[in-house]
Design a protein around this ligand. Structure first.
Ligand code: CP
Length: 332
């Protein structure tokens, strides 16, 4: 049997989202629908009562096998603002420490009438694996898997770009730093390509840029002066030391000297270029503190937009699951 690719698994027969595992293979129309739906949710955070009833009666389970600050909390806020019940599973205090397998754990959670699993895992492909064996009515959302994908991060980045810069067709976007270990960079590249960005660049040392990255439709630069020339959007990445198997850099200070986004290097970009970072930021390693806190930085805006974007993804996936379930009832 041919294995199901994540982008095939994540859509129902009508082409609606039912899981969200990757931005790879998704159409411009679907990604734009996520951004437009997020637009309609931004105002919810400004209401006196920050709630809409779209997921009332649904149970959303946060399953974070890796640490997180932004993604876990903004998924929780997003689900609560949609009126869902939210379970946060503390993995280190769960029965996995007594030898229970992932599959058994999830089957138990399914029998608690869960409707949605939000999964962060250190292994690439874990959310895809889960989406293949969960009950048909359960939606799986990838909250970051290994170095593979972080699709909701990419979509909140796309939302931030569209909000601050408008149409993608006019934009040159540079992604700087540890591209090799970055699930965010991969998901951003797929989304930027689908949304029609004029040019996508990656900038970093040879040791931190995958050899075949040009096949994804990006231009590679090893020099910040050339790579940042005339860019509209800069997305910096931290060094993901937890995923490095060997020493790939002489030192952090050498990395900062060559690739750290300093005020001096920022002058190569367009004067109105925006600065993004998925977080967590390491000040003085990939970004100068003054740049991270400058008026051109939209790093904290990204976090805020992340709630609306995750509300959009949760509500669209639930609606795709419901459409599937009603089709199956009609077929029965
Ligand atoms: N951007 C991001 O994934 O941050 P967290 O690891 O804090 O969730």
């Amino acid at each position: 049997m041919t294995p199901t690719k994540p982008h095939q698994l994540q859509l129902n027969e009508q082409g609606q989202l039912r899981h969200f595992l990757t931005t790879e293979g998704l159409s411009r129309e679907l990604l734009t629908e996520i951004l437009d739906t997020a637009d309609s949710f931004v105002s919810v955070g400004r209401q006196a009562v920050k709630k809409v009833p779209l997921l009332r009666g649904k149970t959303v389970v946060n399953l974070f096998f890796e640490n997180s600050t932004r993604t876990r909390t903004t998924f929780e806020l997003a689900a609560k603002r949609l009126s869902a019940d939210v379970l946060n599973i503390n993995i280190s205090a769960s029965s996995t420490s007594k030898g229970e397998s992932l599959r058994d754990m999830l089957w138990n959670l399914e029998y608690m009438d869960s409707d949605m699993f939000i999964v962060r895992h250190g292994d690439s492909g874990a959310p895809h694996f889960i989406a293949e064996f969960v009950c048909p009515h359960v939606a799986v959302i990838n909250a970051g898997d290994g170095r593979h994908a972080h699709p909701t991060q990419a979509m909140l980045d796309m939302y931030t770009i569209r909000r601050h810069k408008g149409a993608f067709e006019h934009l040159t976007v540079a992604i700087i730093g540890d591209i090799l270990h970055s699930r965010v960079a991969r998901s951003q590249i797929h989304a930027l390509n689908a949304l029609g960005a004029r040019e996508i660049r990656v900038i970093g040392p040879k040791t931190l840029i995958p050899k075949d990255i040009e096949a994804l439709g990006v231009k590679v630069f090893y020099n910040m002066a050339h790579g940042l020339h005339d860019v509209d959007v800069i997305s910096t990445l931290r060094l993901q030391k937890e995923r490095m198997e060997s020493a790939l850099l002489p030192s952090e200070s050498e990395f900062y000297r060559l690739y750290g986004l300093s005020t001096e290097k920022l002058a190569f970009a367009k004067p109105d270029a925006i600065i993004m970072h998925p977080g967590p930021i390491n000040r003085g390693v990939e970004i100068e503190s003054a740049v991270a806190d400058s008026e051109r930085s939209v790093i904290l805006n990204q976090v805020n937009y992340g709630i609306a974007v995750r509300m959009a993804v949760l509500s669209m996936a639930m609606s795709g699951q419901n459409a599937d379930a009603s089709n199956q009832r009609e077929d029965a």
